[in-house]
Design a protein around this ligand. Sequence first.
Ligand code: UDP
Length: 186
Amino acid sequence: MGFDNFTMGEFMGRLKKRLANEQGTFIVTANPEIVMYAREHPDYQQLVDEADFVTADGIGVVKGAQMLGTPLKERVTGYDLMENLLQLAADDGYRVFFIGAKPGIAEKAAAKAQARFTGLQIVGTHDGYFPLGDAGVTRALVAAKPDIVFAAMGYPRQEQFISGMRRHLPDALFMGVGGSFDVLSG
Ligand code: UDP
């Protein structure tokens, strides 16, 4: 797995440009479990290969890269990245969708995010328990016209979901955020 070697500041600069240009984006924040899982599951590795950016989430990944002689500038965690993107969405008026976690959690996380990031537009929420490819879920997302979709369903499900949904929202930025809604809502 190849990692993008950016500092958080550099990465946010890239993402700001891509959002402004309506350039569809898929971000994987790879922790050590994801790296191991991809190694053992070629179908998942293929999904990760579709991503526009793979960031090193986890000090183990940063250390591993150093040992392999390809040091990374810094650890870019999914949670920090999500917070920075929420701030950017609030500042620049991007429409955000939260999908994932148990029923009720995405709504709670959305309310917390809106209280924290003034002016943030959350245009829809959905829990993470539905059959992948569900037509109703697809319709709900397309109708909400989000610029940024956070998918909090853990791996490999969130990446499978994103891979299927991208073609319906080709201009949107998608990011898998694992258990982040549980943290944000708490
Ligand atoms: N989850 C989901 N749908 C599922 C399975 C899990 O939305 O079918 C959610 C679960 O409620 C939790 C998150 O995905 O909020 C998984 O978090 P975890 O910390 O296990 O994921 P990781 O960060 O390890 O990828």
